[in-house]
Design a protein around this ligand. Sequence first.
Ligand SMILES: Cc1ncc(COP(=O)(O)O)c(C=O)c1O
Length: 385
Amino acid sequence: MNSSSTPSAPRTQWDPKTLIVAGGRPAHAVDAPVNFPVTFTSTYHSQGVAAADERVYARFSNPTWDPFEEVLGQLEVATLPALVFSSGMAAIAAALSLVPAGGVMVMPKHSYNGSLALTSELEAAGRLVVRPVDIADTDEVIAALEGAHVLWVESPTNPMLEVADLPVLLSETKARGILSIVDNTFATPLLQQPLTHGADVVVHSVTKYLSGHSDVIMGAIVTSDEKLHGAVHGYRTLHGAIASPMDTFLALRGVRTMSVRLERSQNNSQILAQRLIEHPNVQGVRYPGLENDPGHQRAAGLMGSFGSVIAFQAGTSTDDADKVIAAFKLITGATSLGGVETLAERRARHASEPASVPENLIRLSVGIEEVEDLWTDLKQALDQL
Ligand SMILES: Cc1ncc(COP(=O)(O)O)c(C=O)c1O
C-alpha cells in the first residue's frame, strides 16, 4: 500500500456508528481532501522485480478498495481488512472455494436462492455435498454437523426471516474443527458481528444495506484468519471478479449513512409489521421484531434490533400477491433489498426459490420514506383484494 493512499489509522475505540462516518479517511492535514479520490487505472509504475507491497496491477489491488476494506473489516471486528468483490455472488463463489473437494456443507434450506442455485450446481458437478437444514432448529443443525466439513449460515434468512442461534452453532463448529461461513447481509455488521461468536468467514452482498442506494452491485468477504484471507485474496486475483473503483467509492459513500438509514427503516418496519398482522387480507407475517415471531427472543438477544425486511402472505394465491404488487403507487415492485426506497417482490416468482416458500409470500424491503405514506400505499393495495 503506498503512503498517499494509506487510510487513517484503525480507531478501534470508536463506536461502529462513528467508525462508518470517520473511518477510511485521509489523515487530518491542511489541504488534505476529506475523501480518498477514485483511482482509475489498470496498472502501476514499476521498476523491475516487484517488492512485496507493490500494487503491480489493478486486478491485484486498487487504492480505492483500501478505505472500504478497512472500514468493513473493523465493523466486523476482524483483525484483517475485508476483501471486496464485483458482487455478493462473486464473494459467495470465493467463500465456497474454501469448501474441501467433495466436502459436506450444512446449509439453511431457505438461504438466498442464488446461494442455493450455485451450491446445487456445484453439487451436481461433484464439487461438494449440501445438507439442507432448518437453521432456526439448533438441534437439527447440530445433528447435521456430524461428519460435515462446513457450516453455511444465513441469519435472518432470505426470505423466510428465520433466526439462527449463532453463538451455539459457532461454538459447535469451533469445537469440531468445522469451517463456518456466515452470510451477514440481512443483519449488517451494525446488528450482528459473527466473527465475535466464532465464525471463520463472513460474506456480504454490499449491494444491499452497506451501499444502501440500489445503485451498486458489490460483495465482500471478511475473516481474521491469515490463511483463509490469503486463500480468498488469491482466488479473487486469479478468478478476477474484482470490484470497480467507482462502485467501491459509492459503497463507502453509502456506508457513511448506514446507521441512520437502518434506524429509520427498522422503525418503519416495526410499525408496518404490526399493522400488517391486523389487515384482513394478510395471512401471515414474519418479522423478528414482532413479539410472537418465532425468531423474536433470539433476534432480540443477538441483534438488539430486527432489521428492515418483512415477509407476509398477501391474500390466498399467487394472483392475489401479484395484484397487490401491481397496485402499489409508491412502493416499487422489484427484487433486491437494503436500499433507501421500499421494494416489494413475490419471491416464488423465481424458479430457484425453494418450494417451501409460499407462492403468495411478498418480501418487503422497508425503506426510509415517511411511514404513514408507506402504510397508505400498502393498505390501499391490500384493500383491493
Ligand atoms: C442474503 C444475500 N446474499 C447474497 C446475495 C447476492 O448478492 P449480489 O446480488 O450482490 O450478488 C443476495 C442478493 O439478494 C442476498 O440477499
